[in-house]
Design a protein around this ligand. Structure first.
Ligand SMILES: C[S@@+](CC[C@H](N)C(=O)[O-])C[C@H]1O[C@@H](n2cnc3c(N)ncnc32)[C@H](O)[C@@H]1O
Length: 330
């Protein structure tokens, strides 16, 4: 790209904010996230059914309130909230209110029961669920220079990078607490501070119930040495270029986001606790009821994908009860 069209240098946080959520941003496009990548929500309706069962457990723990909220935080095109409302038993569905919280406009064909909001509603009694939201909250990137000093990475619209000022202040504190960089030149980290703040604000909207964040995650003991910032376009991983043409995502330090009552588990463990199992149906069913056998086989393979090692099953679930017992514990 010519120098005059490549734009100004700025930090990755501001660059990604504009590229994803600005007026021409990637997430403003009509095709939505599902046009470019598959989350657990798109992988199988078993996922929404499991989240509906979790909402039922929260309902029980709350003593079956007259109004039970389900907040789909970073809702994409509202696929999860729609699936959850459909999967609820009638007695719970009659008391449930579904909210999609999303920066993009409401699609025309969303279930009319879903309320579409730009901010989470306050004072919620129920379940707030954020599936693959935090990895899209823009963050600064730090890289260690030749003298062993972590510096902010600056980027232009064409994806060219150079190093800026040394990381300082609250960002330096976050790095030293959550992702200390070794002095080797070229090692990188994503500074997760804006995600901690965003999650704390979302969680604070739950007055009683449960807040859950699900995402690609890494623990303090195993941060990736060069970070994970990457792009996605039309189903393929691509170089991260902040020009609005692709998704920009980086795995989440979910342990840094965790509040005092939080528990972290894998998606595999969470879905197993909610009754999603990948076992094959008995072969005898194939002769007694072939249609049921084929359906059960398809369900088993979808469950296996949602709980797979090296895949969706390794995602982190950050589970934060507010005024109730943890409904995922046996
Ligand atoms: C990766 S998509 C996930 C969509 C959906 N949850 C799923 O799992 O299929 C992330 C979504 O979060 C939305 N988003 C990002 N920041 C947001 C914010 N502060 N408030 C509301 N929505 C936000 C984006 O517009 C995008 O649709």
């Amino acid at each position: 790209m010519a120098e005059e069209t490549a734009g100004e240098w700025c930090g990755w946080r501001a660059a990604a904010q504009e590229a994803l959520y600005g007026p021409q941003g990637f997430y403003r496009r009509p095709e939505g996230p599902a046009g470019h990548f598959r989350t657990s929500v798109h992988a199988s309706p078993l996922y929404a059914a499991a989240v509906a069962r979790l909402l039922c457990r929260v309902d029980e723990a709350l003593g079956r309130p007259a109004s039970l909220a389900f907040v789909d935080m970073g809702a994409g095109r509202g696929e999860l909230v729609t699936g959850v409302l459909r999967a609820l038993p009638p007695e719970v569905a009659a008391r449930a209110r579904g909210y999609a919280v999303e920066l993009a406009d409401r699609p025309v064909d969303v279930d009319p029961r879903v309320e579409w909001l730009a901010e989470p509603p306050g004072g919620v009694t129920g379940l707030l669920f954020a599936n693959e939201w935090l990895d899209n909250v823009p963050v600064e990137v730090a890289e260690v220079d030749g003298a062993g000093v972590p510096r902010l990475v600056l980027v232009r619209r064409d994806g060219t990078e150079r190093l800026g000022e040394p990381v300082a202040g609250a960002e330096a504190e976050w790095l030293s607490r959550w992702w200390p960089l070794p002095p080797e030149p070229g090692t990188r980290a994503e500074i997760g501070l804006p995600r901690d703040t965003a999650w704390a604000a979302a969680r604070a909207t739950v007055e009683r119930g449960l807040a859950v964040a699900v995402d690609y995650a890494h623990p303090a003991a195993a941060r990736p040495p060069f970070g994970t910032l990457t792009g996605f376009r039309s189903g393929r991983e691509t170089a991260p270029v902040p020009d609005g043409s692709c998704d920009l995502t980086a795995h989440v330090a979910l342990d840094a986001c965790a509040g005092p009552a939080a528990r972290l588990l894998t998606q595999r463990a969470a879905l197993h606790a909610l009754g999603v199992a990948g076992g094959r149906p008995p072969l005898s069913l194939a002769s007694t009821d072939p249609t049921a056998y084929v359906r059960a086989l398809a369900g088993a393979s979808e469950a296996a994908e949602l709980t797979a090692r090296g895949g969706l099953g390794d995602f982190g679930w950050l589970v934060e009860p507010v005024g109730i017992a943890d409904p995922l514990l046996p």
